[in-house]
Design a protein around this ligand. Structure first.
Ligand SMILES: Cc1ncc(COP(=O)(O)O)c(C=O)c1O
Length: 361
């Protein structure tokens, strides 16, 4: 196992963390300058007049249990977006270090790198006329980025926006090659919608492999902003010093605790089954539409399609009151659209908007 912290920003390894005031249930709290009264309408268990715990330890335990990892291998973050930010801030010194990304992919890796002043090595996904092999990782290109000294390698599987998955063998090759040189971040935001194996085994084998998970998609909690970074305990502890205390709010803690109980998980799992079968139905229906020439096989809760120039998919959807995702900033994706899977009724509405003959002028 490599010394994973050797890759961290040296000045942050010496960072003296903030020491928060103590909190002990049953004691009078006159140490943190909070209001002694609850706000009208405050129905939270803890009381919103009190700061949340510096780190949501009970939630850490619950999420660790759900993801099958020890609590000290998991950092709760405000969405997995914050985990991306903390990783880049923790490992990349501005104007010196860089990350590698595999476009087309989640654009926030770029945004957080730009905010931090980190360089970006782009290793585009490989294209192929064969749908099953399209958007594969360019392993040689990523190897070259390791040689060039990138600190973090972001792999997204299933990938946003393509919905495609990276081959397990490719991910393993990259993880082996990066040991001692770079952290491999496998973003598994859409993991629960996929029938393929997750990367937990790789994470256990390699202390430089980090996984990102989120409750934004699976348990219908995008508004709560709860994500998780799963990694080696030493790396998690280090990133815990980079992430300020008190960042995870009390209402979010209490709502997630409720949502991660048996009944809610049962409902979430039933919905996953619906999303998967609707994804198959939507894929098949879209493939039958003359104006659409490609629908990539998706393992996520969306489908990615390529539209023929004469087909006004976006406008047709808009006229039916439906928004789909276009990629105005990316010239390689000008003819592509990402469509999130809705309820069966939502999907029917979209299908009807796309299949209705155009009204004559
Ligand atoms: C691949 C990927 N990673 C991370 C995120 C961030 O999700 P959140 O911050 O809601 O957890 C998203 C959001 O869409 C995503 O598509």
């Amino acid at each position: 196992m490599s010394d994973v912290l050797a890759l961290a920003r040296p000045e942050l390894r010496k960072l003296k963390p903030y020491v928060p005031g103590d909190y002990e249930p049953g004691t009078l709290r006159m140490n943190t300058n909070e209001s002694p009264w609850r706000a009208p309408g405050d129905t939270t268990e803890r009381g919103l007049n009190r700061y949340p715990p510096p780190r949501p330890t009970a939630l850490n335990e619950r999420l660790g249990e759900y993801y099958g990892v020890a609590p000290n291998e998991l950092l709760v973050t405000r969405g997995s977006s914050e985990a991306i930010d903390v990783l880049i801030r923790g490992f990349c010194t501005a104007d010196r270090d860089s990350i590698s990304i595999c476009p087309p992919t989640f654009d926030m890796y770029r945004v957080y790198a730009d905010i931090q002043g980190a360089g970006i090595v782009r290793v585009p996904l490989r294209r192929n006329d064969d749908l099953a092999a399209d958007f594969a990782l360019d392993v040689d290109g990523i190897m070259a980025s390791i040689e060039a000294g990138v600190k973090l390698i972001f792999l997204c599987t299933p990938n946003n926006p393509t919905g495609t998955t990276a081959s397990a063998a490719d991910i393993e090759t990259i993880c082996s090659a990066a040991e001692g040189s770079a952290i491999v971040v496998v973003d598994e935001a859409y993991r629960e919608f996929s029938s393929e194996k997750d990367c937990r085994e790789l994470r256990q084998r390699f202390n430089h492999v980090v996984l990102l998970r989120t409750l934004s998609k699976y348990v219908s909690l995008a508004g709560v902003r709860c994500g998780a970074l799963i990694g080696d305990p030493a790396l998690v502890e280090f990133l815990g010093t980079v992430l300020p205390p008190y960042t995870f709010p009390t209402p979010s803690i209490e709502l997630v605790q409720q949502a991660m109980q048996g009944d809610s998980i049962g409902v979430a799992n039933e919905r996953i089954a619906i999303i998967r079968s609707e994804r198959a139905r939507l894929t098949e229906t879209l493939l039958g539409i003359d104006g659409i020439d490609r629908v990539w096989p998706s393992q996520a809760n969306f489908v990615f399609v390529r539209v023929k120039p004469r087909f006004d998919l976006v406008d047709r959807a808009r006229r039916a009151g439906i928004l789909v995702r276009v990629f105005a900033n990316d010239t390689t994706l000008n003819d592509c659209v990402r469509i999130s899977i809705g309820t069966p009724e939502h999907n029917d509405r979209l299908i009807s908007a796309l299949t209705q003959p155009e009204a004559s002028p």
